[in-house]
Design a protein around this ligand. Structure first.
Ligand code: ADP
Ligand code: MG
Length: 774
């Protein structure tokens, strides 16, 4: 008995998936696992949970009283889809709820629960049978995220268990149903994997009306896809008939740049726009400014677009010289229109954008203007934008890369896959025939694009996942039914590291009591280790603050021009920095330059100020920052003055509360709270804190190369850490102290521990702490 708004009802009946409702429900009733494949935008995510709800699933008096669970790889999709389905069903947040890492609307009235797959994985370690749920929808399975893959593996076993138990006592436990939903058709990893599902599950294909899309390759592949995208959008807008434009770029930085360029060139509203429209536009743009960047290298069980901001993009686009005949738009002369200065409604779309700003892409553009959305690959499959007729595809994507041998993480922009490029093209054919402009040549597409994107499990550090699996008593991770098994090598490496940390018994491979405690915390095993050993000398409150900050990631706004390395530079004088600035900002006025210089000076002073407790540790610097932030009542002014990202600080605060509560609940007799007036640690406590940090960073040790070379001798003397190489413990690589470290400006210590290895132009050590010699 659903009371939908008539407009909602009308819109949903047009969705292709609604034509298959009978088939889908029949299949779910008759099979424990069902796979639904359908073009993006066909209505899978918003409608399938409603089919189940309407058929009585999750109703307390039905045969299947358990919740309808839906997992998503991305936080934003989790929240916005819960909102959308709640709206369509005309139900409250209590009933159609969501749960993400820091936030939840779940209540005891909840019937449909959207969650990130990370959240469900954590629930699994508490309740292996998933008894709360009667049906589980695993969405976006084609993305092949680490978490989704693990979930599918675990769930394939839960299914068997639940089936078996319910045969024994149907009263007590019902079987679980699982629906796997996917956009592209590569489902053979799921269907033909006998260790996963012994009988291949049925696959329901939802045939969406897909209009033909004309694909146009560039004749040449330009160096700079951003300025090429700008040119292409301008041409489309000026010459081609009405219809939305969707541009695929790699990240937040590029997107903001292009938005700015386009907004500068074209007005956003028609000349006769109402006052309200103007005000709305302003509000919308204000919302966008509340964005934030996630820092790299932090293990976060939820997948997000990550933008490093390390790539400074050229400011000036070269508009005039366009000699190549790449401006063939594939239209006849008489189809072309010539519009000058017509309004263009430019909207960004990426995961870190606030939800409200994201939802703007679903609204029709102002009367008389053309919609132009600049997006990351969120728009590839997670979100469908109405009215898109032209797609401009850079062909690039930013991916997290992980070097299994060195442990180094990096973010690299590379070609996407053929499957992804076809998905992107398909976005132009949802509402009518469309065109896709690929900013690369067909030769590049043929020869350099992989057929499919590599599953994330083959590119990721997995110790956190292995610990999680161990706590679910999956001891033999090597034989786990992964849809695509990770290299055995990396599995045994992760096991080994967990052995070092004392979380896993090195002979039985089973989780230790200590590891059990570690696995309770939703943070990476290293940091969990720090928490579990941090109970001496009343240090726990400090350890919690430290671990919260480390887990969220560096909260400082990165002065990222520092990131740019100057290979070949012998010296590292202030002058060089200026030179660097100059080349980046050749069109910047002298005044601006001076301003920047002052800002940078203040930036360093802030860093030094926060290091007064201990000038030799970035971690203690973080502790100081977290304490000071709380003392200042979490004010945004404090963040501004201290070059901190407010949202990161807010996340740290939330995690700190959460961990404090968890510690209080799990460590009997321990008395901790979040004290806004926390006193700084004593000298003794500082010493203990260092030891605690070491236990988590036991294998993150770097020694100065010259000290290694002289076999522990004194080594050379250095004024600061610039260009001083360090040798890593487990590899032959060298690394350098990152300029953001407080150790950078000092005499570099012979030995240090680091929290993060990061590779851009060279390998950097971040979050450093000096190891004092006895
Ligand atoms: P799929 O999961 O198959 O990709 P969805 O269920 O996400 O498809 O989307 C179905 C339709 O619902 C799409 O046309 C999409 O534009 C629309 N839609 C989704 N979310 C919203 C929203 N918040 N506001 C308006 N329309 C939406
Ligand atoms: Mg979907």
């Amino acid at each position: 008995i659903v009371d939908r708004d008539p407009a909602v009802q009308e819109a949903r009946l047009k969705l292709p998936v609604c034509g298959e409702e009978q088939v889908i429900m029949e299949a779910i009733r008759n099979n424990t696992v069902v796979i639904i494949c359908g073009e993006t935008g066909s209505g899978k995510t918003t409608q399938v949970p409603q089919f189940l709800y309407e058929a009585g699933w999750s109703h307390p008096d039905s045969d299947n009283p358990g919740l309808i669970g839906v997992t998503q790889p991305r936080r934003v999709a989790t929240v916005s889809m819960a909102k959308r389905v709640g709206h369509e069903l005309n139900l409250s947040e209590d009933e159609v709820s969501y749960q993400i890492r820091y936030d939840a609307t779940v209540s005891d009235k909840t019937r449909i629960k959207f969650m990130t797959d990370g959240v469900l994985l954590r629930e699994l370690s508490q309740d292996l049978l998933l008894t709360k749920y009667s049906v589980l929808i695993i969405d976006e399975a084609h993305e092949r995220n680490l978490n989704t893959d693990i979930l599918i593996g675990v769930v394939s076993r839960v299914l068997k268990l639940r089936a078996q138990l319910s045969r024994e006592d149907r009263e007590k436990i019902q079987p679980l149903r699982v629906v796997i939903m996917s956009a592209t058709l590569r489902v053979t990893d799921f269907t033909e994997n006998k260790t996963l599902f012994a009988t291949p599950p049925p696959v329901i294909n939802v045939n969406a009306r897909q209009f033909p899309v004309n694909t146009h390759f560039n004749r040449r592949t330009p160096e700079d896809h951003l300025s090429e995208a700008f040119k292409k959008v301008c041409k489309i807008h000026q010459k081609l008939p009405h219809g939305g434009i969707l541009v695929f770029l790699t990240g937040q930085n590029e997107i903001t740049q292009l938005c700015r360029q386009l907004r500068k060139k074209y007005p956003s509203l028609p000349a006769n726009a109402s006052k309200k429209a103007v005000a709305d536009e302003k509000d919308g743009e204000a919302l966008e400014s509340q964005t934030e960047k996630i820092q790299p290298g932090k293990e976060d069980l939820e997948n997000e677009d990550i933008d490093l901001g390390e790539n400074q993009v050229q400011e000036d686009f070269d508009l005039e010289t366009d000699s190549e005949d790449d401006d063939d738009l594939g239209f006849e002369e008489d189809e072309m229109e010539q519009v000058d200065d017509a309004p263009l409604h430019v909207l960004p779309l990426y995961s870190m954008l606030p939800t409200e700003a994201q939802l703007r892409v679903f609204e029709p553009p102002p009367e008389g203007s053309r919609l132009c959305v600049i997006a990351t690959n969120v728009a590839e499959t997670s979100v469908t934008i109405p009215g898109v007729r032209y797609v401009v595809d850079s062909g690039k994507a930013k991916e997290r890369q992980f070097d299994m041998n060195t442990g180094v993480q990096s973010f690299q922009i590379g070609w996407t896959s053929k499957a992804a490029a076809d998905q992107r093209a398909g976005r132009a054919g949802r509402t009518g025939p469309g065109h896709c402009y690929r900013l690369y040549s067909s030769a590049v597409f043929d020869n350099e694009f992989e057929r499919f994107t590599k599953p994330e499990i083959q590119r990721m550090p997995i110790e956190g996942v292995v610990l999680n699996m161990k706590s679910m008593h999956i001891d033999n991770v090597i034989n786990f039914p992964f849809p695509t098994p990770p290299p055995r090598d990396s599995l045994s490496k992760a096991e080994k590291m967990l052995g070092y940390l004392g979380a896993v018994n090195t002979t039985t491979k089973q989780i230790t009591a200590f590891g059990e405690t570690m696995s309770l915390f939703p943070i990476t095993p290293r940091f969990a280790k720090m928490l579990t050993v941090g109970q001496q000398h009343e240090c726990l409150a400090y350890v919690i603050a430290i671990v919260s900050a480390l887990s969220v990631g560096d909260p400082f706004i990165q002065d990222y021009h520092l990131d740019e390395n100057r290979p070949g530079d012998e010296e590292d004088s202030e002058d060089d920095l200026d030179q660097q600035e100059l080349s980046n900002f050749h069109n910047e006025s002298a005044i601006d330059k001076q301003k920047r210089k002052l800002v940078r000076k203040k930036y360093y002073q802030t860093q030094v100020k926060h290091s007064s407790l201990d000038p030799k540790s970035d971690i203690i610097k973080l502790l100081n920052v977290v304490g000071a932030y709380e003392y200042a009542g979490g004010s945004s002014e404090f963040c501004n003055d201290s070059f901190l990202r407010p949202r990161a600080m807010e996340d740290i605060r939330k995690l700190r509360r959460q961990l404090t509560n968890m510690v209080a609940a799990n460590f009997p007799g321990v008395n901790v709270c979040v004290d806004p007036k926390m006193a700084p640690p004593s000298a003794l406590q500082l010493k203990v804190l260092r030891q605690v940090m070491m236990t988590g960073l036991i294998d993150c040790v770097a020694m100065r190369q010259d000290v290694v070379d002289t076999e522990g001798g004194k080594g050379q003397r250095f004024k600061n850490a610039s260009n001083v190489p360090y040798k890593l413990m487990w590899s032959d690589d060298v690394a350098y102290i990152h300029p953001s470290s407080i150790l950078y400006g000092q005499e570099p210590p012979p030995i240090l521990v680091y929290t993060e290895l990061f590779k851009s132009t060279r390998t950097w050590l971040k979050g450093c702490t000096t190891v004092e010699s006895k």
